[in-house]
Design a protein around this ligand. Sequence first.
Ligand SMILES: NC(=O)c1ccc[n+]([C@@H]2O[C@H](COP(=O)([O-])OP(=O)(O)OC[C@H]3O[C@@H](n4cnc5c(N)ncnc54)[C@H](O)[C@@H]3O)[C@@H](O)[C@H]2O)c1
Length: 268
Amino acid sequence: MGNNLLQGKKGIIFGALDDQSIAWKVAERCVEEGAEIVLTNAPVALRFGGIHELGEKLNAKVIAADATSNEDLENLMDQSMETFGGKMDFILHSIGMSLNVRKKREYNDINYDWMHKTFDISAMSFHRVMQMAMKKDAMNEWGSILALTYIAAQRVFPDYNEMAESKSLLESFARSFGYHWAKAKKVRVNTISQSPTMTTAGSGVKGFEEFFSYSDKMSPLGNASAGACADYCVSLFSDLTRYVTMQNLYHDGGFSNMGMAPEILNLK
Ligand SMILES: NC(=O)c1ccc[n+]([C@@H]2O[C@H](COP(=O)([O-])OP(=O)(O)OC[C@H]3O[C@@H](n4cnc5c(N)ncnc54)[C@H](O)[C@@H]3O)[C@@H](O)[C@H]2O)c1
């Protein structure tokens, strides 16, 4: 049951592929809190994923957009504003894909064409979305823009491969563009650094199940679920967090501040 935290607000949600996706849960929670949303994903994801089913359930328009294409993003902004009958209040960037991880190339044997593509999809797309929204004057004042990231941007997780640098770049775009958005429209821009989560993108990482369990033990509160991440996104889209901007916010059950967990050494 919602608390009308997003009553009257409108926003675009990128990246709901199936019912495990973090963006799927965020979409459900935003609508539960009274928001009107547009769902978007890459054309191929629209063909194979379950997004149309979600769109029907939430009474949300589904618009295809490859987040690496300016043309697609321009069309997405235009169509979304037409659907909303005006500007929007929030955007969630929930996009990640690594070609080298997918094709099982190790970090010290990288294919650089794929690396470029990975950075384009997973990080530069965030800049593209924000730049297009600004050029189209698509955001209402005091709006909120969020992207999802992982702590491999700050610490070494060897099997996360080139996604580590993608996330560093993504977080840097949030800080830098956050300045420009704040000055232009009082819009805030943040990244949420989420616990490992069992999704299509997450489980693509080598040894993910073992790592998920390690992280769960390392975090005093345990891993944060996709549903809990959706709750956090709602709070950051709401008017209760208007002065939080240009931050990387850990949503990880305490993992990021741990040094040693007795649970892992079987001392507890
Ligand atoms: N699952 C985890 O363990 C975890 C942890 C921390 C952060 N994240 C981040 O959360 C976000 C969402 O991932 P998820 O775990 O829900 O997995 P997911 O696979 O459900 O979502 C990734 C989405 O990216 C979309 N995508 C890929 N290429 C695209 C393109 N060119 N244009 C538009 N969309 C494209 C996919 O279609 C998919 O919907 C990602 O940024 C991911 O890195 C995930």
